[in-house]
Design a protein around this ligand. Structure first.
Ligand code: CMX
Length: 134
């Protein structure tokens, strides 16, 4: 695994949370993107080396809607950049981690992604992400 690519924060409303994060970080949201397969709308911020992703659910069955219902708004996942997601998934499977998808999926911001169950990583949902080279 490489650096932390971004932190994901579950929010009820991007309309409410984007202005708060713009004020907090003193930088504008640089991108909003809907990810149909995950039933989310995302909003991204950059500060120096760091990237923050706000996530709002687009359906009641979305992982984000379930998370907020159970635990309220807050830190949802830590995403690590990887060079080769297939190799990393194979390594983690061999180490006994429970991967939440069989194959990498296309995520926001031009990434291939895969999640690791939070129960296997001390209560933190982990995302692997590999930049898609066109
Ligand atoms: N971080 C830490 N713990 C979490 C969690 C999270 N993000 N989401 C759920 N949990 C906890 C639940 O509260 C539950 O805890 P308890 O057993 O103590 O009550 C436990 O994990 C297991 O929950 P579960 O019933 O097995 O499963 P859920 O239906 O709550 O689903 C999860 C949890 C992680 C398997 C599911 O959310 C998932 O598959 N996530 C991956 C996809 C995803 O999160 N997509 C949205 C983001 C998309 C993007 O970044 O683009």
């Amino acid at each position: 695994m490489n650096h932390i690519e971004h932190l994901g924060i579950a929010v009820r409303s991007l309309k409410d949370s984007i202005p708060i994060y713009e004020k907090l970080l003193n930088t504008p949201c640089y991108k909003q993107e809907t990810v149909e397969s995950e039933s989310v709308i995302t909003a991204f911020f950059k500060t120096s080396f760091n990237k923050i992703e706000l996530l709002q659910a687009t359906s009641e069955t979305s992982a984000i809607a379930k998370f907020i219902e159970k635990r309220g708004e807050g830190m949802h996942h830590v995403a690590y950049a990887v060079d080769d997601i297939h190799v990393e998934m194979q390594r983690l499977r061999a180490e006994g981690f429970h991967l939440l998808n069989e194959q990498p999926k296309r995520g926001a911001d031009n990434k291939l992604i895969c999640f690791v169950h939070p129960k296997d990583s001390s209560g933190v949902l982990i995302e692997l992400c590999q930049e898609i080279s066109e």
